[in-house]
Design a protein around this ligand. Structure first.
Ligand code: C2E
Ligand code: MG
Ligand code: MG
Ligand code: MG
Length: 285
């Protein structure tokens, strides 16, 4: 029977039915349902300012509480969401829910800035600028309450398109941060054409900083270059006091990582913020 199929049929048949595709199909259906029923959850991780008193910013990080698999982390479903287009409704859900929470913190006397991971696929949507503007307005948030984190590789996939949209986003008083900076082969010369406010140094450099001289040089150079270009710098993946000391000595503006706090659900991060306001920073040593 199998021998009768021509090669093409067999390929289609196999690609539809191999275990991997079935798994992807059911992941797609389940994620689609989780988005529409609002069962996804946002955790928040603080970014603290190294010099000065400012209240921390918070990065929203998506989690998927799954009835069978338990808590599913983004690395397991973001790539599929990017490929299938689900990333677009997912991102709008993230933005809406992060801004709603941000407004609740402001009302509670915790005027935090919230950073949202924003897929460059969304930059291609026609109504993106209007949708972001509506969202901020609906929640009555002050200027610069929202930071969009866009990965370097995503921007570099279509830098011309990105630079046009970034110009519009800048007018909304929304900040843009280049996430995972250093991993995406962007030419530094290109950066100056992009209206961004912040660079986030990829955690691979931060984590290699003490062992590899090159990583340390990259971190130091990115910080000084960013400052010369008027950008602030966030270091991610800061896990130890030693990392903190090295980065503050290099004048890094903000620090994010397990040393400060792991990503936490809303209730816990709210308590963390209240403790920060009351007692200052108590690192997770
Ligand atoms: P990212 O935006 O670079 O986020 C930082 C990741 O590093 C988070 O992983 C965070 O939990 C982790 N991290 C923070 N501090 C430390 C540390 O000190 N040590 C180590 N080893 N890791 C640390 P997470 O939450 O699993 O997210 C992974 C990636 O998934 C994110 O990387 C981001 O690219 C993507 N992602 C997360 N949430 C969203 C979302 O709402 N939308 C989109 N489009 N992507 C998201
Ligand atoms: Mg991020
Ligand atoms: Mg801006
Ligand atoms: Mg990152």
């Amino acid at each position: 029977h199998h021998a009768k199929n021509n090669k093409m049929d067999t390929m289609v048949y196999q690609s539809l039915l191999d275990e991997h595709s079935l798994e992807r199909l059911s992941l797609f259906n389940e994620l689609n349902e989780a988005i529409t029923t609002g069962t996804l959850e946002l955790y928040y991780q603080p970014q603290v300012v190294t010099h000065g008193e400012g209240i921390p910013s918070l990065e929203a990080l998506i989690r998927w509480p799954h009835p069978v698999k338990g808590m599913v982390f983004p690395d397991r479903f973001i790539p599929m969401a990017e490929d299938s287009g689900l990333i677009i409704p997912m991102t709008w859900w993230v933005l809406e829910s992060a801004m709603e929470q941000c407004a609740a913190w402001h009302r509670a006397g915790l005027p935090v800035t919230v950073a949202v991971n924003f897929s460059a696929h969304c930059l291609q949507e026609d109504d993106i600028v209007q949708r972001i503007a509506d969202c901020i307005k609906r929640h009555n948030l002050p200027d610069h309450s929202l930071v969009l984190e866009i990965t370097e590789s995503m921007i570099m996939a279509d830098p011309h398109q990105a630079s046009t949209v970034l110009l519009e986003i800048d007018k909304l008083k929304v900040d843009v941060s280049i996430d995972d900076f250093g991993t995406g082969h962007s030419s530094l010369a290109y950066l100056k054409h992009l209206l961004v406010d912040e660079l986030k140094i990829d955690r691979s450099f931060v984590m290699g900083m003490h062992e590899h001289k090159n990583d340390e040089v990259i971190v130091r150079t990115v910080i000084s270059m960013a400052h010369n270009m008027g950008l602030r710098v966030v270091a991610e993946g800061v896990e130890t006091r030693r990392d903190w000391d090295a980065l503050t000595a290099m004048n890094c503006d903000r620090i994010q990582g397990y040393f400060i706090s792991r990503p936490l659900p809303v209730e816990q991060i709210t308590r963390w913020l209240e403790a920060f306001v009351r007692d200052g920073l108590q690192p997770d040593e």
